[in-house]
Write a new protein. Structure first.
Length: 134
């Protein structure tokens, strides 16, 4: 079962510049950056209420985020939902006809286990399942 929205991710080409913008917004609490080699991104998290806004900057030209920024110029990239048992949820969504881009979980920020579902099966929105890590 999907438990809650964990984070909303926004693709940016200049992370440090965007961090300064968000740091000035009352209610946005900066909680640090992390390089996620497996996903070829650097991420910055801001806590807003009980969810996070995740800024995503590509680490390299072959990062999927570079491709996205090239195609769309950045902006809203994905919504992530927290689940307790990601393998079970991958199977459950597939049984409902949703195409999972990841059949097996991968490692995301904070050592979470993550898997993406095809945007075409979620109203055009790239959708991440996330089982918390550390
Ligand atoms: N939103 C909506 N549609 C998107 C999209 C997005 N963010 N990214 C890609 N698409 C669309 C593409 O336009 C494409 O559509 P068409 O088939 O009509 O051309 C389709 O989805 C497939 O996209 P692709 O880039 O060709 O497919 P790939 O297999 O190369 O990439 C994907 C798959 C989308 C999962 C990958 O590009 C991606 O974005 N991975 C996520 C990386 C990421 O965010 N990592 C951070 C994790 C950090 C964390 O949260 O812990």
């Amino acid at each position: 079962m999907i438990k809650k929205v964990d984070h909303i991710a926004i693709a940016v080409s200049d992370l440090n510049k965007e961090i300064e913008v968000y740091k000035n917004i009352p209610g946005f609490e900066f909680s640090g950056t992390e390089v996620v080699e497996e996903q070829k991104v650097t991420v910055a998290f801001f806590k807003v209420g009980d969810i996070f806004i995740e800024l995503l900057e590509p680490l390299s030209d072959d990062s999927p985020i570079s491709k996205f920024i090239e195609k769309r110029g950045g902006g809203l990239h994905h919504i992530a939902y927290e689940v307790d048992d990601i393998k079970k949820e991958i199977t459950s969504l597939e049984e409902k006809g949703i195409r999972m881009l990841d059949k097996e979980p991968r490692t995301g920020a904070h050592k979470a286990r993550i898997a993406f579902a095809h945007p075409k099966d979620f109203s055009g929105v790239l959708t991440e399942l996330k089982e918390k890590g550390e």
